[in-house]
Design a protein around this ligand. Structure first.
Ligand code: NAD
Length: 347
């Protein structure tokens, strides 16, 4: 179907309403050309139903591209649930959501996203097997995806730094915005690799703890994008790169874990104009979904590692192509992802 409100094709938009549990939201299935639509379940406050649907459609399309570029046998989907205003029974709500996922008979596979956690996935698993991000089982993929996401970002950054800055990470300073699950691990990896760090986080405890460990410099959150550094790593929320930020940023390479780093699509061209190399967010941060998909398929951590280590060479291919054409790597990655999905559809 095509939802006219977003002028963006989605295969299916499933409305979720369950008065008894308070469940309210949507499941957006953007594409199943490559396999079941896989993407996490976001549980957040939204002003109205339109905002929920818009976010779900946008995120589901992003998952199609991310899964395609990571070489996974999955399409793209996303669930967005509204956090109820008043008190609610969390388990009952996620059981109701689990029944909705079950009704899709494997067309959509869910996992954690902003606002959901492992325990919620365990509750969903009581209702459907089309869920990942559960407690890790020995020898098999699963558990916290953040270390895999951080490893993928690290590999992407190392390759991009050598290619675009002609330097090893040990010779460079990286400004990390957000030192949470992924950003924190990335900081440790960068410090181990000999990189200098500048950090910012809205949470004072997190940033001070990391700064103490690595001897990094801590700056105010408003100053991290303009801090003296060769690399900027957005690892907090989306929209870190807008026109004003790009104009003022001293870094010549952007590579981080955050989803949707470009506040608007036209920022990609502004980065090119300023000679800043941008590693497309969904290519760099695919480690998490790689881990989640391996868990769903019953694969091992070795399978996950092999796929995450392929992120670096993939980034090199994208940057080479972007350079040859004189366009943004974001444009090249989107085009590659659409081609992978289109050829699967043709088959
Ligand atoms: P997290 O919540 O653990 O960490 C985010 C950190 O950013 C927190 O410490 C928070 O205090 C900080 N923060 C928020 N606003 C900030 C601001 N304006 N300036 C500086 N710091 C700020 O989340 P996470 O799991 O580490 O994920 C980080 C980003 O990576 C998110 O955008 C997420 O969608 C994306 N991502 C995560 C994974 C994963 O495996 N966890 C996978 C793919 C993408």
């Amino acid at each position: 179907m095509v939802d006219a409100r977003f002028a963006m094709p989605v295969e299916q938009l499933v409305q979720l309403e369950d008065r008894e549990s308070g469940l309210s939201g949507v499941i957006a299935i953007h594409s199943t050309a490559l396999g079941p639509a896989a993407g996490g379940c976001r549980f957040w406050r939204y002003p109205d139903a339109d905002a929920v649907a818009a976010d779900a459609v946008r995120l589901a399309e992003g998952m199609s591209y991310k899964n395609a570029m990571a070489g996974l046998p999955f399409g793209g989907g996303k669930a967005v649930l509204r956090l109820p205003e008043g008190p609610f029974d969390r388990d009952a709500l996620f059981r109701a959501f689990g029944r909705a996922v079950r009704a899709l008979e494997g067309r959509y596979v869910t996992a954690e996203d902003v606002g959901t956690r492992v325990r919620d996935m365990e509750v969903i698993a009581d209702e459907t097997r089309h869920v990942a991000g559960r407690t890790a089982r020995p020898g098999l993929a699963g558990g916290d995806p953040s270390p895999w996401t951080a490893l993928g970002v690290f590999e992407a950054m190392a390759v991009a730094a050598r290619r675009s800055l002609g330097a090893d990470l040990s010779e460079l300073t990286v400004a990390v915005q957000g030192t949470g699950n992924v950003g924190g691990i990335l900081c440790r990896m960068l410090a181990d690799a000999g990189a200098r760090l500048v950090l910012a986080d809205v949470d004072p405890e997190r940033r001070e703890r990391l700064a103490a460990i690595h001897g990094a410099r801590v700056v105010d959150v408003a100053e991290i994008a303009t801090a003296e550094a060769e690399i900027f790593a957005p690892c907090a929320l989306g929209g870190a790169l807008d026109a004003a930020t790009v104009a003022a940023m001293p870094a010549k390479l952007v590579c981080g874990a955050a989803n949707n780093q470009l506040a608007t699509p036209d920022v990609a061209a502004l980065l090119v104009d300023r000679g800043i190399t941008y590693v497309p967010d969904y290519v760099a941060n695919a480690g998490g979904i790689i881990n989640v998909s391996a868990e769903y398929l019953g694969e091992s951590s070795l399978d996950v590692e092999a796929r995450v280590m392929a992120i670096g060479p993939r980034v090199a291919t994208i940057l080479d192509q972007a350079d040859r054409e004189g366009v943004s790597p974001a444009l090249v990655a989107d085009r590659m992802a659409r081609e992978i999905i289109a050829s699967a559809k043709r088959l």
